[in-house]
Structures are given as C-alpha cells and as structure tokens.
Design a protein around this ligand. Structure first.
Ligand code: AMP
Ligand code: AMP
Length: 361
C-alpha cells in the first residue's frame, strides 16, 4: 500500500511551480485537460495510438505519451517519466476499469488526486453498501441467493464495465433461465453468475448528481447532474411490445453517452444532504474522507423517494455534460466552471497554500 508518507516524499521532490495534470486518455480526460489548461497547468495524456487523434485535434495536451495498453501505467519507466514531469494524476473510470484496486493502491507511485484508502471501500459492493447505509442513504434491498428473489431484481456482475451483462429477473426460476440464456449468448460467464450481486430493481428514473469535496474549503459542492444513455435498454421502448416478446429482447445497460438533468428543486435539499453525509461518513471510515469529485448513482421513484445504488469516488463521465458550464456549477461559480476546471482550481489553491500533500494520495 502506498501511504501518505510515500506520496509526501515524492511531492517534496516535485517542482510545484511546474506541476502538470495528467490522466489516461479516455472517459473524462478532455474535461480534465480543458480545466487544467484554463487554470494554467501543463497537461500530460497517456493514451493508446488509436485514440491519439482526439488529443491531437483539440489543443489541450502538452505531452502525449502513447502506450499499447493502460497497464503500462504500472511500469517503473513510465512512472519515472511522469514524476519527472511533476505529474499529479487525476483518476477516472478507465483507471478502475482497466487496472485493479490493488494495482492502483500498491503499484502506482505517482501522486493521485483523491484518497486511495477509499478505493477499497468502493471496490467491494458489500463495503460500499455499508458505507452508503451508514451515511443514512436509502438503498435498494439486496438478496443473498437467487433462491430468495421475491420481487423484480437487477443482477449485476462484479466489476462490470458500465452495466455490461446486467439482467433482470423476478423469480428464482426466471433468474436461472435468464442466466442460462446470457451464458449461451456469451454475455456472462459461469463465474459471473456465481458472484452476481442481486439488487431490488428500483422503478424510477436515473439521476446522477456529481459533487466536489473540497478539503481546502472543508465543503461539499453540488456541481453537475446527468443521466445515462444506455444500449439497449433506452431503445427497447421503440419496439412495439408484440415484437419485443417475439425477439425476446434483453435489456442490457451498456453506456454510450449522457444527458444533462435539471432536477425538481424540492428534491435538491435531499440530494445535497446525501452528498454531505456520504463525505462525513467517509471521513470516519478513511480520513480525511473524499477528496475531490464523487458521484452518487440514484433512482428516483414516483413517490419521490431517492434510492442510491452506487457511489463513484472520483470524476464520472457524466460530468462531461457540464464542460463549459452546468446550472449547478453556474449557481455557485457563475460562468465557465465544470468538474475538470474545479479539480485544477483545487490543485492550484493547494500549491498556493502549500497544502498539496493534503489533496493527493
Ligand atoms: P472507457 O475508457 O470508455 O472504456 O470507459 C471506462 C469506464 O468508464 C467503463 O467502465 C465505462 O463503462 C465507464 N464510462 C465511460 N464513459 C462513460 C459515460 N459516458 N457514462 C458513464 N460511464 C462511462
Ligand atoms: P451501474 O453499472 O451500477 O451504474 O448500473 C447500470 C445501470 O443499471 C444504471 O444506469 C441503471 O439504469 C441500472 N440500475 C442499476 N441498479 C439499479 C437498481 N437498483 N434499480 C434500477 N435500475 C438500476
């Protein structure tokens, strides 16, 4: 485990007047790089050859490092290069999708914005649920075994990439039948089914509020809100019910994009309190709590109950809908504030106040 002391030693050697902001070229990197440039940082992008076009077309990246695979981030040689460039890494969904929690906590010896300890709380569905429950959030019920299913459930795979392979069932029999079909179609493996997480399906609309937890200001800010555009579930309604039955469509949840949302104002106080409480709980579980961006994944039902089914303790791609501005960022900061820029602002302020060691881990 790379601890605060180890990271502290690395940043002692940094030339903080020449700090660079770096990340993997994917997910929310354009958002992060744009924000970094606007706050005057140099930027470093580690990307795959096939994706380089994006970072060549937009004038956002000062140093483009091409890798064959994102796991190259674990190589001593690349890490050494990043440290020489005084890089602070901004983790996003591709870090957790392509690297394991252990690799991130034990082998990445480059300062990262955020709290590495929290990765363990987040990576495991059980501990994550404990965290959210203890924070007083309303969670969908979970089922230990498929044999206990007595309502509509969503079956989630461990470490799924963006909802891939999820399916629905409302009886034990229905579950086993669906699992069999999914295995036949090659969408899930036997091991996926053995370790599947069964959660009550909350019937409602998805809302993903994104927050920024500022250690410097000791405050949690609500900065953006989105919902996802998921294939195939968002397209099923285009087919008449008769044909749905005939072709036996499975509602899968592969994310392809996001939409911005403006929430009914009377729901906002609870959304705000949820963010604050999750951070407060994190302060107890893994001090100093959440550092920087985080997002709660919620479903709001027709009786206006907010169910939270997941947390991401880092920037989510849904904040890309706010590049430039979002209503919630606007309310607080006026024009031209968004998650990528808010991150850079915090790093700049941390350097100014000589508190960089408090926001990286
Ligand atoms: P990618 O680098 O696009 O493969 O994405 C890395 C991880 O982030 C995957 O688990 C994706 O499902 C997730 N992800 C990427 N883009 C989005 C998005 N727009 N909204 C939600 N999740 C996303
Ligand atoms: P996740 O990978 O956990 O972000 O979930 C992917 C998608 O599955 C979400 O965007 C929702 O559309 C859906 N989903 C996940 N959990 C639930 C739930 N408990 N109730 C209803 N829909 C859910």
């Amino acid at each position: 485990m790379i601890d605060a002391q180890a990271v502290g030693k690395i940043i002692e050697k940094y030339d903080q007047s020449k700090l660079s902001i770096g990340t993997l070229g994917s997910h929310s990197s354009l958002n992060i790089f744009k924000g970094a440039k606007e706050e005057g940082f140099r930027t470093v992008c580690i990307c795959k050859e096939k994706d380089a076009i994006m970072y060549q077309k937009y004038p956002l990246v000062d140093e483009l490092i091409i890798v064959k695979d994102f796991t190259e981030l674990l190589s001593e040689q690349l890490q050494d290069r990043l440290r020489k460039l005084n890089v602070v890494l901004i983790p996003h969904g591709s870090f957790t999708a392509y690297l394991s929690t252990e690799q991130l906590t034990d082998s990445l010896k480059v300062p990262m914005l955020g709290n590495r300890q929290l990765l363990h709380w987040e990576a495991n569905r059980k501990s994550q649920e404990e965290w959210l429950r203890q924070a007083g959030l309303r969670l969908p019920a979970t089922f230990k075994s498929p044999d206990d299913i007595d309502c509509l459930v969503i079956a989630k795979l461990q470490g799924a990439k963006g909802g891939r392979g999820y399916f629905l069932a409302n009886t034990p029999k229905g579950f086993y039948k669906k699992a069999e079909e999914m295995m036949k179609r090659g969408l899930v493996t036997k091991q996926d089914i053995e370790t599947v997480h069964l959660q009550e399906y909350a019937l409602g609309v998805n809302v993903y509020p994104s927050y920024f937890s500022s250690i410097l200001n000791n405050d949690v800010e609500l900065l953006a809100m989105d919902r996802r555009y998921e294939s195939a579930v968002d397209s099923i309604g285009k087919i008449p019910a008769q044909q749905q039955l005939e072709i036996d469509v499975a509602p899968t949840y592969t994310v392809v994009g996001n939409f911005p949302i403006v929430l009914r104002e009377s729901l906002l106080p609870e959304i705000m309190r949820m963010g604050e409480n999750v951070h407060k709980k994190a302060e107890e579980l893994a001090p100093p709590g959440i550092i920087g961006p985080f997002c709660l994944e919620t479903v709001i039902t027709d009786d206006l109950k907010i169910y939270c089914f997941e947390i991401s303790a880092r920037i989510v791609a849904g904040t890309n809908v706010g590049i430039g501005t979002s209503p919630y960022a606007y309310l607080r900061y006026g024009e031209n504030m968004y998650m990528g820029r808010r991150i850079a602002m915090e790093l700049k302020e941390a350097v100014k106040q000589k508190r960089l060691h408090e926001v990286v881990a």
